[in-house]
Design a protein around this ligand. Structure first.
Ligand code: ADE
Ligand code: ZN
Length: 336
């Protein structure tokens, strides 16, 4: 089964590029930029990658990314991720980035996006991995700041496929960003947002995202199960969920495997993704393996998860169809 998963053509839809910062690269970038890390070794830093809630994770995540300063830093970060992704047979990745976490510390938007874009182009040409960028707003800051970031992104619109919303959800509902999302849609961006697992008001946040803001996708969103009417709405609209089992384990104490199973059985377009793999200790392949072990998924079911992902990816129909055909070839050429 592990060989089947390794060879399965994959589509990653929930991946924060800043969450792919491995301790080795953090040390390298710190040295390059003349910064001191408050850790004596890679092992010590890795040991500090430990959390039991969304806020405790976010503290470590924002502290870690301070080593990212220059265009080559962002290029190296994204290239390191895309090389790993290629090795796991990821064929397409839609990558979140958090511009405000960088512009807020004096790194220009242009520096961030040029480094990421150059890696996306090189990975496409050299590694055969397709990728596109999703710009996230930090929901624990004011909506006006998100709007200013949206306006700042407009000259780079061709390099950004959509917008997302992340960071600390407590007290920061989707409704706070209704105007920002309306403008983003007007500008041609596709829309997704985090509805993190078991946060205060989770099901009301999902309702706002689906009914009021009318997102194209939901990130996490497992609490959808609490409202049958919303399940039906999500089914009717074909909205996909980007679930992250290993991340769930760290943030909520459970991979939410049973919830994911129920969503699959209801026909919701569930996908399996890695969120912040350097911090949570698992890229997409490890997430698929963990879920397969928890639910005893069959090869057909695993292929179904990747079909869902290519289906809800923000790609032209013909491109999706080519990837879906690759999944079918892998399934039919495997005997388990
Ligand atoms: N930023 C990076 N990863 C995140 C997550 N899983 N939830 C909210 N904000 C995030
Ligand atoms: Zn996330």
């Amino acid at each position: 089964m592990e060989d089947f998963i390794a060879g399965l053509p994959k589509c990653e839809l929930h991946l924060h590029i800043e969450g792919t910062l491995e301790p080795e690269l953090a040390f390298e970038l710190a040295a390059r930029n003349g910064l001191e890390l408050p850790y004596g070794s890679v092992a010590e830093l890795r040991a500090a990658y430990s959390f039991d809630s969304l806020p405790s994770f976010l503290r470590v995540y924002y502290e870690g990314m301070r080593v990212l300063r220059t265009e080559p830093d962002f290029y190296d970060l994204a290239m390191a991720y895309l090389s790993r992704a290629a090795a796991q047979n990821v064929r397409h990745a839609e990558i979140f980035f958090d511009p405000q976490a960088h512009t807020g510390r004096g790194v220009p938007f242009d520096v961030v996006i040029r480094g990421l874009r150059r890696a996306v182009m090189d990975a496409g040409a050299r590694l055969g991995v397709r990728a596109q960028l999703i710009m996230c707003f930090l929901r624990d800051y004011q909506a006006e700041y998100a709007m200013a970031t949206l306006l700042e992104s407009l000259p780079y619109k061709e390099w950004i496929v959509g917008v997302g919303l992340d960071s600390d959800e407590k007290g920061n509902p989707p409704a706070k960003f209704a105007d920002v999302y309306a403008r983003a849609r007007q500008e041609g961006y596709l829309l997704t947002m985090h509805c993190d697992v078991d946060q205060d008001g989770a099901i009301e946040h999902i309702r706002q995202a689906v009914e009021d803001i009318r997102v194209d996708r939901l990130d996490h969103g497992v609490n959808l199960l609490e409202d049958q009417r919303l399940v039906e709405l999500v089914l009717e609209r074909g909205i996909g969920l980007t679930c992250c089992p290993i991340s769930n384990g760290h943030v909520t104490g459970s991979m939410q495997a049973e919830g994911i199973r129920k969503l699959m059985d209801l026909g919701v377009r569930v996908t399996v993704n890695s969120d912040d793999p350097a911090y949570f200790g698992g890229y997409v392949q490890e997430n698929l393996i963990a879920l397969q072990e928890a639910l005893q998924l069959t090869a057909e079911e695993l292929a179904g998860l990747e079909r869902n992902a290519f289906e809800i990816a923000w790609l032209p129909r013909a491109v999706k169809d080519a990837y879906l055909a690759e999944v079918d070839v892998h399934l039919s050429s495997t005997e388990l």
